[in-house]
Design a protein around this ligand. Structure first.
Ligand code: NAD
Ligand code: UDP
Length: 334
């Protein structure tokens, strides 16, 4: 193992965060997992609680916190459109105040800090596949803007702390990622389709299903994120991380039906506003600078995810908001 570091993972109890914590604990680092459990629950990291080099803190990253750390992975933010749109003002605060708080901490501790940005910074892209140099087509006043613009503003803050204070920063732009431990009521397409197929419920396609996404398996993503953190300080990104294997939502539904052996019917509903038509990462930069590319095919990854969904009890999971299942109409926070 390389030198033992004190590492903070914000959003560490979430889908990606919990796997990241697991890897870092296994590597022998002292890991602090910070989360407010908005879109996750303690059970995601329960198996780590007895480890002496793991600590769990319930905290909301929109509020300041003082910790002594060497590295920060900033993942705290709801990632599923239906949940981040539930309280859009809170989502924007999480992105921006969260970034300010981790950057302030990094400045004080002279820590290295990585931002989990997103392909959503490209909006509904006119350039395909999307390279990091593409500046995006985001609707700043639409329902996705709280997340898209929040993540864009967070990138701006990271760059300004880098230019102004010489902070060691890293920015990764994560494309759709899936796998075991996704919240079953997360509302994202992979978790919805698998849950629906296994329960014999209709598979809900928004629009005609011709829109595309490129899905990356979680192990590949965690590897890419860690490689980025460990790359030389002069490589700050942004760097795209994702699997370039592109598929339409309709084809995805068919593969899920085939792999689950489900007889669920497919139903079609309205396409949410500003839903991107196509998305595929150009990962040339990650390949050349990180020596990284995904290894797990979509079918293999889906099979592993389906096996995990079969193993869980849905009643152990509280839906983060009532909006996970279509037809969802954003309701006001109570
Ligand atoms: P997730 O919802 O499972 O994880 C997010 C975690 O952040 C949850 O545990 C949630 O409770 C926590 N959180 C939310 N608001 C918080 C706050 N104010 N304070 C503290 N904790 C808070 O989602 P994920 O898929 O694991 O995503 C992790 C990160 O990666 C997010 O920042 C997301 O924007 C980014 N990302 C993910 C994907 C993907 O496809 N999974 C794609 C692009 C970007
Ligand atoms: N989608 C769908 N049915 C669902 C959930 C999502 O057809 O039950 C579509 C959604 O409209 C989008 C795609 O699947 O076109 C991916 O949606 P997701 O919420 O997973 O992530 P996004 O990439 O849009 O942030």
């Amino acid at each position: 193992m390389q030198s033992r570091k004190r590492i903070l993972v914000t959003g560490g109890a979430g889908f990606l965060g919990s796997h990241l914590c697991e890897r870092l604990v296994e590597e022998g680092h002292d890991v602090i997992c910070l989360d407010n459990f908005f879109t996750s629950q303690k059970s995601n990291v329960e198996h780590l609680l007895s480890r002496p080099n793991f600590e769990l803190i319930r905290h909301d990253i929109t509020l300041p916190i003082y910790l002594e750390v060497d590295e920060i992975y900033n993942l705290a933010c709801p990632a599923a459109p239906c949940h981040y749109q539930y309280n859009p003002i809170k989502t924007m605060k999480t992105c921006i105040l969260g970034a300010i708080h981790v950057l302030g901490m990094a400045k004080r501790c002279r820590a290295k800090v990585l931002q989990a940005s997103t392909s959503e910074v490209y909006g509904d892209p006119e350039v395909h596949p999307q390279p990091e140099t593409y500046r995006g087509a985001v609707n700043p006043i639409g329902p996705r803007a709280c997340y898209d613009e929040g993540k864009r503003a967070a990138e701006t803050l990271f760059m300004d702390y880098y230019r102004m204070h010489g902070l060691r920063i890293k920015i990764v732009r994560i494309f759709n990622t899936y796998g075991p431990r996704m919240h079953p009521f997360d509302g994202r397409v992979v978790s919805n389709f698998i849950r629906q197929a296994l329960q014999g419920e209709p598979i809900t396609i928004f629009g005609d299903g011709s829109q595309t996404r490129s899905f990356c398996y979680r192990d590949d993503m965690v590897e890419g994120i860690i490689r980025m953190m460990e790359s030389p300080d002069d490589f700050i990104g942004p760097v795209n991380l994702g699997n370039p294997e592109e598929i339409s939502v309709r084809e995805l539904a068919e593969v899920v039906l085939e792999l689950t052996g489900s007889k669920s019917p497919i139903v079609y509903g309205p396409l949410p506003p500003d839903d991107p038509v196509q998305r595929r990462p150009d990962i040339s930069l990650a390949k050349s600078r990180l020596g990284w590319q995904p290894k797990v095919s979509l079918r293999d990854g889906l099979q592993r995810t389906i096996d995990w969904f079969r193993s869980i009890n849905l009643s152990d999971y509280r839906p983060p908001t009532p909006n996970y299942g279509p037809p969802w109409v954003p309701s006001r926070p109570q």
